[in-house]
Design a protein around this ligand. Structure first.
Ligand SMILES: Nc1nc2c(ncn2[C@@H]2O[C@H](COP(=O)(O)OP(=O)(O)OP(=O)(O)O)[C@@H](O)[C@H]2O)c(=O)[nH]1
Ligand SMILES: [Mg+2]
Length: 311
């Protein structure tokens, strides 16, 4: 897949130039009202430099596309030959939800097993997971990313399709068939939580998390140009085992921006990625992630931005 990093940089320089043009306007207004502050000229010079840089970068990127056109992806119809789905479920002090979440996914068609990755829980998460009939493994490296990778690695042992999902009852097992339907045409199918009609009114997706996610997703979309993305923070996804084998050793992020890294890595490895709407409910039990915590959400967004720009 073509990598439009220069175009991504161009957009950033363009935004910077717009900010400087606005600053220059503010400088002129100050002068008009008699203030002796002369920052309008440096602001205008900077704006021009940023604007020209943006144009050059965009032109370079687009001309590279003309002279070195990437290989176009052909439409694929590849039914999953053995549709056994193995669920990898994340959990961290989720004793209130893990049993119900495990049972919900276990009862879905073609699900072969549910593996819960228990991330140093101090409560009865392991007990409740086992009682629900799930396999439970202990992941000692703390962090959402570390927990996801462990869940994926364990789930890979039990099926040709791996589903990653949270054990907090925000996602619904009945959505699995929707993700599976599109796997026929893709290597990985991601859920997006941004379809408001599919969210309960009390779900974690408030306005700032929604639009922050959309913004980051659009930056990643710009970098790889052909994929339509709206949500980089949705854990719920299915991936073919053969595709996961290609990328799993490249996944390094231990923290909350892991989902973004997995999508980016899949795209860099030329995997076919599709995103479809899924339902979202209020989590059961206490939130440990970004839901309702603006500071954590902002740090996660900055970490995602760094990945998209520089990884
Ligand atoms: N935040 C966090 N989540 C972890 C960790 N280890 C495992 N998890 C699990 O990974 C998932 C994190 O999902 P998030 O949606 O970011 O956080 P959350 O705790 O579910 O809270 P909400 O944001 O309200 O959904 C949950 O299933 C957690 O139980 C960890 O160290 N930190
Ligand atoms: Mg959650």
């Amino acid at each position: 897949m073509k990598n439009h990093k220069l175009l991504l940089y161009a957009v950033h320089f363009f935004v910077l130039s717009l900010a400087c043009y606005l600053l220059q306007l503010a400088g002129l207004v100050f002068l008009l009202y008699g203030a002796r502050i002369h920052f309008w000229l440096p602001a205008l010079n900077l704006a021009n430099i940023f604007f020209i840089t943006a144009l050059l970068l965009a032109a370079l990127d687009l001309s590279a596309g003309v002279f070195f056109p990437g290989r176009k992806k052909s439409l694929r119809f590849a039914p999953v030959s053995n549709p056994g789905i193995s669920i990898g479920m994340t959990a961290y002090n989720d004793e209130l939800s893990i049993g119900a979440a495990a049972k919900d996914f276990m009862s879905q068609e073609n699900v072969t097993s549910v593996v819960v990755a228990d991330n140093n829980s101090a409560d009865g998460t392991t007990r409740e997971g086992l009682a629900a009939g799930a396999k439970v493994v202990a992941e000692t490296v703390q962090g959402y990313g570390a927990c996801c990778v462990r869940a994926l690695r364990e789930a890979m042992k039990y099926g040709e399709v791996i589903c990653l999902v949270e054990g907090d009852c925000t996602f619904s097992g009945s959505d699995l068939k929707k993700l599976m339907a599109y796997l026929e045409n893709a290597d990985m199918v991601l859920g997006t939580r941004t379809t408001k009609e599919l969210n309960t009114p009390d779900s974690q997706l408030n306005t700032s998390i929604l639009w922050g996610n959309v913004l980051m997703a659009k930056l990643l979309q710009l970098r790889f140009s052909t994929v339509r993305l709206t949500d980089l923070g949705c854990t719920f996804r299915v991936i073919r085992k053969s595709a996961l084998e290609k990328i799993i050793d490249q996944l390094e992020v231990k923290g909350n921006h892991f989902s973004c890294e997995m999508i980016l890595t899949a795209l860099k490895n030329n995997l076919m990625v599709i995103e479809i709407p899924v339902t979202l409910k209020k989590r059961v039990g206490e939130s440990k992630g970004v839901g309702g915590n603006f500071f954590k959400a902002a740090v996660t967004a900055i970490n995602m931005w760094r990945l998209i720009m520089f990884k």
